[in-house]
Design a protein around this ligand. Structure first.
Ligand code: PLP
Ligand code: SF4
Length: 323
């Protein structure tokens, strides 16, 4: 595998037909090739898919289908009211003491269920030219203890850019923690390179890395090595998943995921019920079934391996637990 992560992004699959060919699957599987939300999958992620299986749980996360064109009531372009939470372009705050930075619109993979599929990244990302005003906003509010780098995927930024961001945040006395929400350790493990590790390790701030894995098949030895490197950097590692129909909607799959994460020293954090973004309704697990899965998980696992099943309800002061 090519060690340079940028060239791996450049060489990612950008046409579903190429991926299906790679998996020895018929191109008839896709009902839709030109989707408004483009297709993108790294080869590193695709190698963990089971060849010839049209129901592979990793494939189903990325394969566009005609179902994306179905509209459904209650599903829309801004499902969690991100735009109402804007403090300045690219800086969102919904909850006390923490604010979220849309650091880039780019990702190394396009998850079809993504809640920010239609996010207006052009106007709402903290490009370099907007960064000073973002910083001013964070500096001016000494209740902000934690800054969450989100996107898109913040680890699509270069190490140089991340270093500047870290240094600027380090210099703000009331900022104590930086949290990175990223799928890169899963979809492009080589992104977790030495310079990134050095940067995290040297930061005087506490660094939390929240990875995003939905299925145990995503976790192979390359992911485990990336996690190992993050542990060397003394980051705290958490995982968030999205509960997805036909992909991880069973106690056994989610139990296996939690155990595998724990073996890698990653603690399950959230299990998100699907946010209602346009074109994602086919991923939804009905509420009663979600609760049933959560109950079974609680019975099957020690408490520390049970992710919190939550829903994001616009206007609430935290994610909302589902019981
Ligand atoms: C989800 C989210 C957070 C993180 O919430 P935690 O419960 O702290 O993980 C923070 N800010 C925004 C805007 C969010 O959407
Ligand atoms: S990596 Fe995250 S932000 Fe990017 S497409 Fe997937 S869910 Fe959306």
């Amino acid at each position: 595998m090519d060690a340079n992560w940028q060239s791996q992004v450049a060489n990612a699959f950008r046409n579903p037909r190429e991926l299906l060919e790679f998996l020895s699957l018929s191109p008839e599987l896709i009902g839709l090739t030109d989707t408004p939300f483009p297709f993108l999958v790294t080869r590193a992620f695709a190698t963990r898919m089971v060849k010839t299986d049209p129901k592979d749980p990793l494939l189903l996360q990325v394969l566009p289908t005609a179902k994306e064109l179905e509209s459904k009531e209650g599903f829309g372009p801004d499902p969690v009211s991100d735009l109402d939470a804007q403090r300045s372009p690219g800086l969102l705050q919904k909850y006390q003491h923490r604010a979220l930075v849309i650091s880039t619109g780019a990702c190394a993979i396009h998850c079809r269920y993504c809640f920010r599929r239609d996010f207006p990244y052009q106007e709402q990302q903290t490009t370099r030219s907007r960064w000073e005003s973002t910083l001013d906003e964070i500096r001016s509010d000494n209740t902000l203890e934690e800054v969450i780098l989100s996107g898109g995927d913040p680890l699509m930024l270069s190490n140089e850019r991340l270093r500047e961001i870290f240094e600027d945040l380090d210099a703000i006395p009331h900022v104590e923690r930086i949290r990175i929400h990223t799928r890169m350790p899963i979809v492009l493990p080589d992104r977790i390179d030495d310079r990134l590790i050095e940067l995290i390790k040297k930061s005087p701030l506490r660094v939390i890395v929240v990875i995003h894995s939905n299925h145990p098949n995503e976790l192979d030895s390359s992911v485990s090595s990336a996690i190992e490197r993050l542990l060397h950097a003394e980051a705290t590692l958490l995982n968030q998943s999205v509960l997805l129909r036909g992909i991880n909607d069973s106690e056994s799959t989610l139990s296996a995921l939690s155990k595998k994460l724990f073996d890698m020293k990653v603690i399950p954090y959230y299990l998100h019920s699907l946010d209602h973004a346009t074109g994602t309704a086919h991923f939804e697990v009905p509420l009663e079934q979600s609760k049933d899965i959560a109950n079974r998980l609680r019975a099957a696992l020690p408490g520390y391996l049970v992710p919190k099943l939550v829903q994001e309800v616009p206007g609430k002061d935290s994610k909302t637990p589902i019981f």
